[in-house]
Structure formats: C-alpha cells, structure tokens
Design a protein around this ligand. Structure first.
Ligand code: AMP
Length: 305
C-alpha cells in the first residue's frame, strides 16, 4: 500500500436545494478514500463511535480500502450538519459534533509508518501532527483543513503546515488563514511557511496550483448536474493524491495531470448525495471525462495576431 489518509469517518446531515438527507456516510477520510480507490489501495487512519452503521465500513472494504487504522471507541462518531444555498459554492455548517474525535490519539499500524504518500485530510491539526510524528520519511505529505480548525486551532495548524510538503485550501480558508483578500498573496504566504506546493480551490471556478518553480490554473469540469457538493474537496484530493501515488513521480507534468484528474473526480462526486455517484462509475468514465476536459481547455500559443 502506497497511500494513507488520516481524517474523519463521519455521519452527515445535509440539506441542498435538491434534497435533505440524514446520517449519510461522510467524513473527509471517507470521501477521499472512495475517490482514491479508483486508482490505488488506500488505508484510513481515523476513529468511529458505536453508532456508525456496519454497512458504511463494509462498502469501504468492498472497494479494497484498508481499515486497519480505524479505531472503534465507545461514544458517538463525528457528526456534521450543513446546508448549501442556491449557488452551492460554499457549505454552511449548522452543527459539528466531534464525538470520539475529541479524544482520539492515532496509533498507526506498523505497515502504515513507511508509506510514501500521506494525505492529512481535514481533521484536528493536533491529530494530523501526531500522525506526522509516526511516519518514517514519507515522500509526499499533503494537508487539508477548514474554517472550523483555522478558527479554533490556528497555532497548531500553522505548526503542521510548516512540516508538510503541500497544502490544499479553498479560497475562503486561504483568505482566512493568511489574512489577505488576495489569493496570489495567500499562495505565496503559504509557500513561505515551508510547503513546496499549495493548491487553492475555487469551487466551480477551478483551482490554482503554486510552487516555487511553476504555477498552474485548472478549470473545474463544466457540469450541469450539482446535487450535493459535500466531499467535492476531499474527492478532488483523493483523485490528486491517488494519481501521484499511482505514477510515483513528483514532477510538473504529473502535478498538472493530477490536478485535472482531481477536478474530474470532484465533478462526479457532486452529482449525487454522499459518494453514491462515485461508487457507480468506472475508470473508463474517469478517463473519458478527463479527455473531454482536455478538449475543453486546450489551446495553442500564437506567433502573431
Ligand atoms: P468537503 O470535501 O470539504 O466538502 O468535506 C466534506 C466532509 O467534511 C463532510 O463529509 C464532513 O463530514 C466533513 N467535515 C465537516 N466539518 C469537518 C471538520 N471540522 N473536520 C473534519 N471533517 C469535517
């Protein structure tokens, strides 16, 4: 196994203009791993309570996702309630119940410690740090977070950011964390903290990739069907990291392809509640959409006008 994710395995109650559903399979690690499972085997590090239905875990195992790093504890699972307005670009949190996450002390299974690719999905930054401490020289560590942790644990979050190779934020989070309205300034400030790569996601407007050597703007796959945007960011990251792990290279070409593959993955994710759509598609569907995205954005440089 070449890729692990630490994050939440959760229950979600979600309202969008297209429906209202409760106790859905959710959590950053869940959505990330379902996306990544299209290309590689992925292991989850996380915690669940007694209320998480067995069926949620069975679905992960059926997709060859390794659950050795999931601990079951007495108490309730992480539970998130949120809704989206008509434009569906940003989630509004109604309630966050940490449950067993509040006291979770991750212990990595021995086989996970030498894994080369590690995604620290949105979770408590202190938990993210304790996972980093247990790793044996990983090749590429990538971190996500959100407003909830930026507001409540900014100091801890900054310490983890200083130790990872890459960071992914959405635009509001980047502005909030870096204290600037300008996303280019935010990207540069995040690079100044130490990571070699920063991705800032702009919802339906795509994403920006910054590094010290090159920058890259990706568009979102143009889709008319958006039913529930929850997990778009996690599935983007799952597509991105699994592409890099599968190719096992960290050069500019792979990063560009991985960002576009992440956009394609997210475009499927939003077509239904939870990961329902993502588990119904094949690698051929992903490939076709990737190539359609290429046609959509491709253009040639000009010699003259
Ligand atoms: P996103 O990809 O950003 O839409 O992430 C959606 C998932 O994040 C949901 O399934 C939630 O269970 C999970 N989530 C919401 N709030 C938090 C939080 N504060 N920490 C970790 N995970 C969260």
């Amino acid at each position: 196994m070449d890729l692990i994710v630490v994050g939440t395995v959760a229950l979600d109650d979600i309202r969008t203009p297209f429906g209202d559903e409760k106790n859905l399979p959710g959590g950053s690690a869940t959505h990330f791993s379902i996306a990544a499972s299209h290309l590689v085997q992925v292991g989850i590090v996380g915690v669940i309570g007694e209320d998480l239905p067995e069926a949620h875990l069975n679905l992960l195992s059926e997709r060859n996702i390794d659950l050795a790093g999931i601990e079951k504890q007495q108490g309730k699972s992480f539970h998130w309630k949120g809704f989206y307005e008509y434009d569906m670009n940003s989630a509004h949190t109604l309630d966050t119940q940490l449950g067993v996450l509040a006291t979770f002390d991750p212990k990595l299974p021995a086989a996970y410690r030498s894994v080369p690719y590690v995604f620290l999905a949105n979770s408590d930054p202190d938990i993210q740090m304790r996972v980093l401490d247990q790793l044996d020289r990983p090749k590429f560590t990538f971190l996500d977070s959100m407003n909830f942790w930026i507001s409540s644990k900014k100091g801890s979050l900054e310490k983890v950011i200083r130790r990872v190779n890459g960071v992914v934020f959405n635009e509001e989070e980047a502005r909030q964390f870096c204290n600037t309205p300008n996303l280019i300034t935010a990207g540069n400030r995040l690079l100044d903290l130490g990571p070699s790569f920063v991705i800032i996601k702009k919802g339906e407007h795509g994403s920006l990739l910054f590094s010290r050597d090159f920058s890259f703007a990706a568009v979102a796959y143009p889709t008319e069907k958006i039913i529930d945007p929850t997990g778009a960011g996690d599935s983007f990251a799952g597509g991105f990291m699994s592409y890099i792990a599968r190719h096992d290279r960290l050069d500019e070409d792979v990063f560009r392809e991985a960002v576009n593959f992440g956009s394609v993955m997210a475009s499927f994710m939003v077509e239904d509640f939870s990961y329902r759509k993502l588990v119904s598609i094949t690698t051929m569907d992903l490939l076709e959409r990737y190539n359609r995205l290429y046609q959509y954005i491709h253009f040639e440089p000009l010699d003259a006008l």
